[in-house]
Write a protein that binds this ligand. Structure first.
Ligand code: SF4
Length: 498
């Protein structure tokens, strides 16, 4: 029998090779931190949405080994439907090997409505129509009368007032018409999928728009394994569609780019030329000098770490709002002075913003020059703090107004070497300038090596035993400290060459 699930069906619609590779070459599946976070967010929001319509029965059942007990779930679903239960969560259905679980199934008249829960803020993605059309198809084949289909997404206008209001946190959008227009295609798609999945031969499918939409495909590394490295897919900030157009016209390597006379902006041309020949470091002394002249002393190097809870935890915040929880600050009072360091780490049990804002205005006087790397992030956080705490606003705005961007000299093409590989993030620039300095290597940090890990760790602090928590807090502080120390070192290099 042909077995297929909702997620495989959605994968197949994105690209038939995805479910085939998952089945025959699962070791090639590379899941990044962002995708993992998206899955975790989906589970968190799914659990919360169960209470959207009041009382409900949950069908989810597990085997002793912790895996889902699908047979039990299907049995329970039948039982609850026979009992006429009003709201079922994770109701599970199987029609001749086609499986699906419905997030929320709600009685309506003589049938049921499907509510599909997404952690997204928009109901407008085509993949949601594909997903719910499959569910509707399976349920109707199982004899369930599906009347309407809804998407449950998150309303970012919702402001948390201390008590989570599910009716306002979630936004419900009816998509029945979209589903009815799509459902006719389900049977034919399943026939094609059955053929593809039965064959041991990898589908001959070339790279396409599907490799990047709705999400970057986890098999992209596998499917581009025969391309030269670097390839056109590494060109700096070029839209995926343009990279794909180059690829389709036979331009794959950087040599092809030059040979083919591809029009490149200055930054990409340098990226290509420096990758093909080690030309050392490109330095625009004038540009760097002009940038350095805009800086004044004392000079402050600032970096925030944030969390971004989907379900707001702090009064006055919205879903997905970036909440600053930590900062590191290095200070140079004069050009060759000793380096000072200040830092802040909030308590995970409470809203850290007020304490952070108070210490920030204590640590940074009004009117001094502050450097951030990609300053839009720090400036936006400070403006949000000013809005939240009007009594500190004047001082916070005075800090924000004087922030300069250490990314500018790199983004402007004043400094480049091939090890940057076309990326100007501090994580690329730092090792390209200081390749052999273990003190500047994020890999040598304990516990926290990047912003995603910091974001994941901070909310868990409150549940940790004291010694584990002390270690985790130490790791967070060290990580953030390296971010601003890295900025100091980058600044020193600009000063050396500028
Ligand atoms: S990378 Fe592209 S071609 Fe390869 S499986 Fe993914 S979507 Fe299909």
């Amino acid at each position: 029998m042909f077995y297929f699930s909702k997620s495989k069906y959605c994968d197949f619609k994105q690209c038939p090779k995805i479910p085939w590779l998952k089945k025959y070459k699962p070791e090639e599946y590379v899941i990044d931190a962002e995708t993992q976070a998206r899955f975790a967010a989906g589970n968190e929001v799914g659990d919360l949405a169960m209470g959207l319509f009041g009382e409900y029965v949950e069908v989810t059942s597990f085997k002793p080994d912790g895996s889902l007990d699908l047979n039990k779930m299907k049995e329970l679903t039948k039982q609850f439907l026979a009992e006429g239960r009003e709201v079922l969560c994770e109701a599970s259905f199987d029609y001749q090997g086609l499986y699906c679980a419905v997030d929320i199934l709600k009685k309506s008249g003589d049938g049921y409505d499907i509510y599909e829960v997404k952690s997204s803020t928009s109901p407008d993605h085509d993949v949601y129509t594909v997903d719910t059309s499959y569910q509707t198809y399976v349920l109707r084949k199982c004899g369930v009368k599906v009347n309407k289909v809804f998407l449950v997404t998150i309303d970012t206008d919702y402001v948390f007032d201390g008590t989570l209001d599910l009716q306002k946190f979630f936004k419900i959008t009816e998509i029945t018409a979209r589903v009815e227009a799509e459902i006719g295609a389900v049977e034919q798609t399943l026939k094609e999928a059955e053929k593809v999945m039965a064959s041991p031969n990898e589908p001959a499918i070339d790279l396409s728009e599907s490799c990047n939409a709705p999400y970057p495909c986890a098999f992209f590394g596998y499917c581009t394994r025969n391309l030269p490295s670097p390839s056109v897919f590494q060109l700096y900030r070029l839209a995926y569609e343009k990279k794909l157009a180059l690829y389709r016209s036979g331009i794959h390597s950087y040599e092809d780019v030059l040979r083919g006379g591809v029009s490149l902006n200055e930054i990409r041309r340098r990226q290509v030329e420096y990758a093909l020949a080690d030309k050392g470091t490109h330095i625009d002394k004038q540009g760097i000098g002009a940038f350095l002249k805009t800086l004044t002393f004392p000079l402050y190097f600032l970096d925030f770490e944030t969390v971004q809870p989907i379900i707001p935890r702090y009064v006055g915040t919205r879903p997905y709002q970036q909440i600053p929880v930590q900062y590191s600050l290095h200070i140079l009072r004069e050009p060759d002075g000793a380096l000072e360091h200040r830092e802040f780490l909030g308590r995970a049990e409470e809203d850290p913003r007020r304490a952070l804002a108070e210490q920030l205005v204590y640590d940074i006087p009004e009117g001094v020059c502050v450097l951030a790397y990609n300053k839009a992030f720090e400036c936006t956080r400070i403006k949000e703090l000013a809005k939240a705490f009007p009594d500190l606003a004047a001082h916070l705005f005075a800090i924000e107004k004087n922030i300069k961007d250490l990314l500018d000299p790199f983004r402007s093409g004043y400094y480049y070497n091939r090890d940057m590989g076309g990326s100007f993030s501090i994580k690329s620039v730092l090792p390209a300038i200081y390749p052999d300095d273990p003190d500047l290597d994020y890999h040598n940090l304990e516990g926290v090596h990047n912003g995603s890990e910091a974001m994941d760790l901070f909310p868990r602090l409150k549940d940790m035993p004291a010694d584990e928590r002390a270690k985790a807090e130490h790791d967070l502080l060290k990580y953030c400290e390296l971010d601003t120390f890295a900025m100091v070192k980058v600044y020193e290099e600009l000063k050396r060459v500028g």
